[in-house]
Design a protein around this ligand. Structure first.
Ligand SMILES: NC(=O)c1ccc[n+]([C@@H]2O[C@H](COP(=O)([O-])OP(=O)(O)OC[C@H]3O[C@@H](n4cnc5c(N)ncnc54)[C@H](OP(=O)(O)O)[C@@H]3O)[C@@H](O)[C@H]2O)c1
Length: 327
């Protein structure tokens, strides 16, 4: 594998949907992609199905829901000695039909464990690798890009939808109580699986801002989030009822006009990773909710829930305890 002239990006969840198409768009831009997936055979087959050059990809196993796996992935990546230019925190689970909470090996509710705690641990452990890129002569500033979503930003209509409830971390009562059985929600309230997903995505956006505040000035790493549009036909919705999986894409295409293809969403991720216009840190990028031909990206305001610095500091400290890292 000769990656010497190619910038290297790790993409979590590159076996499907947005992550797979982001990998494709970055390979097309001349990047080498480390596909960090829980099923590497599936990830290889998915990359082959798009005809991606096998030499442009490295496949390493990562289960974000299991902290030992996250630590093992980081060790395996560091053994490759690849220089890291960008990390894309993309993988997620959405499990709206659980009646009782799933649990990670550590005992944490599985949506938050996977989408938030797994990425928090991964990002913390890879920070030194990104920082090294900042010191390489001629290298652009490294980037840590995280997928946010409209349903976790109450500034926007999609973030106000009360089904089952808007994202809300409260004062992190559940996390303060240890976040172990019987606690299943970050705010300590009764388990609502759809809200657990929204809360985990709100954590992603809060945490990215906190990374920015803590590390941007000293490391030059660019920390940002994006909403790529409503990619209503990805496997993210695999656990919703079949009727929903039919109606939702139709509704997004014809009524809200928020639908974007997986290819376009992947290309938007690639733009935020690679293009010079996205070099500002601490930004949440969006192309809006009603898709229009040629629409330009803009910096989207985040809700108070997502930009509350006191809450962000507390989330950082408590999440650090959960992943056994210093605060
Ligand atoms: N779809 C949308 O409308 C939309 C809108 C805004 C934001 N987003 C965000 O976009 C991102 C990608 O979603 P998507 O729509 O592309 O969904 P997707 O097709 O279901 O892709 C999710 C990816 O995450 C991986 N994953 C799940 N659990 C994992 C774990 N424990 N460890 C490692 N990887 C794991 C999946 O792996 P497997 O292939 O093994 O399942 C898959 O590769 C998510 O962060 C989502 O919140 C999506």
């Amino acid at each position: 594998m000769n990656t010497s002239h190619r910038p290297v990006v790790i993409i979590t969840g590159a076996s499907s949907g947005v992550g797979l198409h982001a990998a494709s768009a970055l390979v097309a831009r001349g990047w080498h992609v480390v596909a960090a997936c829980r099923d590497t055979a599936k990830a290889r087959a998915a990359a082959d199905s798009l005809g991606l050059d096998r030499g442009s990809l490295t496949h390493l196993a990562l289960d974000l829901g299991a902290q030992d796996s996250v630590r093992g992935f980081v060790r395996a990546f560091q053994e490759t000695a690849l220089p890291l230019q960008a990390l894309v925190c993309n993988a997620a689970v959405y499990l709206p039909r659980l009646t009782t909470p799933g649990r990670s090996p550590e005992g944490y509710e599985i949506s938050v464990a996977t989408n938030h705690l797994g990425h928090f641990l991964l990002s913390r452990l890879l920070l030194p690798d990104l920082e090294r890129a900042a010191g390489r002569p001629g290298s652009p500033a490294p980037r840590l890009v995280t997928l946010g979503t409209v349903t976790a930003n109450s500034e926007e209509f999609g973030g106000k939808v009360p089904i089952p409830a808007p994202a809300d971390l409260g004062t992190l009562q559940g996390l303060k109580a240890g976040f172990l059985d019987p606690v299943a929600m970050l705010d300590g309230k009764p388990f609502k699986p759809g809200k657990a997903y929204k809360d985990s995505k709100l954590c992603n956006m809060v945490t990215s801002r906190e990374f920015h505040r803590r590390f941007h000035a000293s490391t030059a790493i660019v920390f940002n989030t994006l909403y790529p549009g409503c990619v209503a036909d990805t496997a993210l919705f695999r656990d919703t009822p079949a009727l929903f999986r039919t109606i939702f894409p139709w509704f997004q295409k014809n009524i809200t006009k928020g639908y974007v293809t997986q290819e376009l969403a992947g290309d938007r991720v690639a733009q935020v990773v690679a293009d010079p216009g996205f070099a500002d840190s601490g930004v949440h990028w969006s192309w809006g909710n009603r898709q229009k031909e040629g629409r330009q990206p803009f910096s989207q305001a985040l809700s108070l829930k997502a930009s509350n610095e006191v809450l962000a500091r507390e989330l950082w400290e408590l999440s650090s305890l959960c992943v056994r890292l210093p605060g």
